[in-house]
Design a protein around this ligand. Structure first.
Ligand code: NDP
Length: 331
C-alpha cells in the first residue's frame, strides 16, 4: 500500500557554479527511469563536503541544471523492467555520483543500491554511508594501517574524521586527532583519539613530542591545502600520506622530490575506486553496517535539516561549526 509516485517533486538544484546563493529549492519533474535503474524515495540525504565543490566549481559539474547530492537512504518505489533483484518496498541506501540526492526521489543504478539490514535505522544508514565507506577503505586499502602504528587524522571531529578515529582505534593504531576548537578536540578524544592537537598550535612540534621523534606512519588529510606542507614535515620514515580532500582548498602542484627524504608514499584516493565492483561494495557495506549494529561504531548526527534548508546546511559545514554528520530530511 505504497503512495503513488507523483509527477513532480522538490529538489535542490544549481543552474551555475557559485556561492550559497546558487542553491535553488525547486519543483522539478520526477525523473523517468532508465535501464537498470530504480527510483528511491529518499528519506534522508547526506550532506558531504564534496557537494560544496560541485556547487563552487572546484569539481566540474557534468551539466546544468544539476541536482546536488550523492548519497541517501529511503525506499525503492519503482524499478525499471530490466531490474531483477531490487523491488518496490526495499529499504535501501546508496552512493551515486549522478543521483541528485538532494531531492524527494532519485533514479539510481540498481548496481549501486544496497539493502539496509534489520537493526539499522534508515537515518543511521544515510548518516554513515559515504563517510563510513571512505574511512573504512582508506584505513585498510589506502593507508594499510597496522596495529601499533602512529596515525594522525586532520579535522578529527568532522564527518569522516570522527569515523576514522574510532575505526583506527579499533584496528589498534595509536591515534592523534587535530581540530580547530577545544570542543572538537574533546569530541575526538571521546571517540578514540588518545592524543589531540589544536590545529592553531604548532602541530609539527607537538607531533614530534607525542611520538618521541618518530613522526606519523599514516596521515589522513581531508583538509588539503592548509595542512599538506606540515604533513611532509611530520610524516615518519616510509610513511603513508593519504591526502583525500580539499576542505581548505586543493593542494597546489608540488615537486615530487619532496617525497624523497623520507620515502613518503603519497596517495590521493577516491572512495568510489574501492567499491567499484558489486562484490567490494557489498563486502565493505556489510562490514560497515555490522560495526554500527554491534555498537562498535558510533554515528554522531550533527543536525537533520529540512530539504528546503540545504543552503543553511552547506553554510554550516563550510563555516567549520559542525561535528559529525549533516542530513537532509527529504520526505
Ligand atoms: P567535515 O565534516 O570533515 O567538514 C570539513 C572540516 O574540515 C571542518 O569541520 C573543519 O574542521 C575542517 N577544515 C579545515 N579547514 C577548513 C576550511 N578552510 N573550511 C572549511 N573546513 C575546514 O566534512 P566531510 O566529512 O564531508 O569531508 C571531510 C573531507 O573528506 C573533505 O575534504 C571531503 O572532500 C573529503 N572526502 C573525500 C572522499 C574521497 O573519496 N576522497 C570521500 C569523502 C570525503 P576543523 O574546524 O576542525 O579544522
Amino acid at each position: 500500500t505504497m503512495a503513488p509516485v507523483p509527477s513532480s517533486m522538490k529538489a535542490i538544484q544549481i543552474a551555475k557554479n557559485g556561492g550559497l546563493e546558487v542553491l535553488e529549492y525547486k519543483d522539478v519533474p520526477v525523473p523517468a527511469l532508465k535501464e537498470g535503474q530504480v527510483l528511491v524515495r529518499n528519506e534522508y540525504a547526506g550532506i558531504n563536503f564534496i557537494d560544496t565543490y560541485f556547487r563552487s566549481g572546484l569539481y566540474p559539474a557534468p551539466g546544468f541544471p544539476l541536482t546536488l547530492g550523492r548519497e541517501a537512504a529511503g525506499e525503492v518505489v519503482a524499478a525499471h523492467p530490466s531490474v531483477t533483484g531490487l523491488q518496490p518496498g526495499a529499504r535501501v541506501v546508496y552512493m551515486a555520483n549522478d543521483a541528485g540526492a538532494y531531492a524527494q526521489y532519485s533514479p539510481v543504478s540498481a548496481t549501486g543500491v544496497v539493502p539496509i539490514p534489520d537493526g539499522l535505522s534508515t537515518e543511521k544508514a544515510a548518516a554513515v554511508y559515504i563517510q563510513g565507506l571512505t574511512a573504512w577503505t582508506f584505513i585498510r586499502e589506502a593507508g594499510q594501517v597496522k596495529p601499533g602504528q602512529w596515525t594522525l587524522v586532520h579535522a578529527a571531529a568532522g564527518g569522516v574524521g570522527l569515523l576514522l578515529v574510532q575505526m583506527l582505534r579499533s584496528v589498534g593504531a595509536k591515534v592523534i586527532g587535530t581540530a580547530s576548537t577545544e570542543e572538537k578536540l574533546e569530541l575526538a578524544r571521546k571517540n578514540g583519539a588518545e592524543w589531540t592537537i589544536n590545529s592553531h598550535d604548532d602541530v609539527v612540534a607537538k607531533v614530534k613530542e607525542i611520538t618521541g621523534g618518530h613522526g606519523i606512519d599514516v596521515i589522513f588529510d581531508g583538509v588539503g591545502k592548509a595542512t599538506f606542507d606540515a604533513d611532509l614535515e611530520m610524516i615518519a620514515l616510509n610513511g603513508n600520506l593519504i591526502s583525500f580532500g580539499n576542505a581548505s582548498g586543493a593542494v597546489p602542484p608540488f615537486s615530487i622530490l619532496k617525497l624523497g627524504p623520507k620515502n613518503v608514499r603519497l596517495m590521493r584516493p577516491v572512495v568510489n575506486g574501492y567499491v567499484s565492483t558489486r562484490e567490494a561494495l557489498e563486502k565493505n557495506s556489510s562490514e560497515l553496517f555490522e560495526l554500527v549494529i554491534s555498537g562498535k561504531l558510533d554515528v554522531k548526527i550533527h543536525k537533520v535539516y529540512p530539504l528546503a534548508d540545504a543552503k543553511q546546511a552547506q553554510a554550516d559545514i563550510e563555516s567549520r561549526k559542525t561535528t559529525g554528520k549533516l542530513l537532509l530530511k527529504c520526505n
